[in-house]
Design a protein around this ligand. Sequence first.
Ligand SMILES: NC(=O)c1ccc[n+]([C@@H]2O[C@H](COP(=O)([O-])OP(=O)(O)OC[C@H]3O[C@@H](n4cnc5c(N)ncnc54)[C@H](OP(=O)(O)O)[C@@H]3O)[C@@H](O)[C@H]2O)c1
Length: 234
Amino acid sequence: MHRTVVITGADRGLGLCLVKDFLAAGSAVVAGKRSGDRNLRALGERGGKLTIVQMDIAEPASIRAAAEWVASRVGAVDLLVNNAAVFPSLKGVPLQARDLADGQLERTMQVNAFGPLRVTQRFLPLLEKGAGKTILDVSSEAGSIADAWRTCELEYCMSKAALNMQTRILANALAPRGYRVVAVHPGWMRTDMGGAEADIDPQEASRGILRLAADPTAAPNGAFVDYTGKPLAW
Ligand SMILES: NC(=O)c1ccc[n+]([C@@H]2O[C@H](COP(=O)([O-])OP(=O)(O)OC[C@H]3O[C@@H](n4cnc5c(N)ncnc54)[C@H](OP(=O)(O)O)[C@@H]3O)[C@@H](O)[C@H]2O)c1
């Protein structure tokens, strides 16, 4: 079990499920939130085990302030879950019909690709002090180049492919220091992002991710797997 877990994008969807499940498993959880924290507050303090921190991962200053604030309260972090992401509401819109100056390209890369890199960098000193030394990047099958099938949704797929490359580079870089860095596809989930027609509830993905977090053999350093541990093609 990871003693202290940091989760980004934690007030709804998969992030909120992960908060609940890690708390139930006995971990202390630092829950990063961008806008509202209504759902997190509803969980109560859980005997001091739940800490809520303002962290907009699109804003470097917000990430730095959050990491400093957490460092002043928590001695070490064992697991970082880079969960926060956006999916632009452009489903099915082909390139010809796109306004590429509408800011969506930049926003999506900023949140989904550069955000997790900045969060990881700022939390590394705390991970360095922890025993777990685990980083889980919540990616997507949409980031697989080998299995790409979509004809649009360019920036979401591109951002997750970039996140996957980040996972691999950091897995290489941090392996000598005992880290495990893994990209996880959580499945198509019934969340605000996934929609009501999706395959699974986020609770199912969350339970799978907890198993992967606890078991290095199911998701070794540098792996790209789904929430059940099935390897995916890069
Ligand atoms: N849903 C799916 O079917 C599916 C499939 C494959 C992969 N994934 C991945 O799984 C993860 C969780 O997805 P989900 O379905 O739970 O999404 P969701 O329901 O849309 O929730 C997204 C979370 O990310 C947060 N967030 C967005 N921008 C942020 C920012 N700039 N800084 C900090 N937090 C930010 C949101 O906070 P606010 O409430 O403040 O907006 C929210 O808490 C994402 O990485 C997603 O790409 C999802």
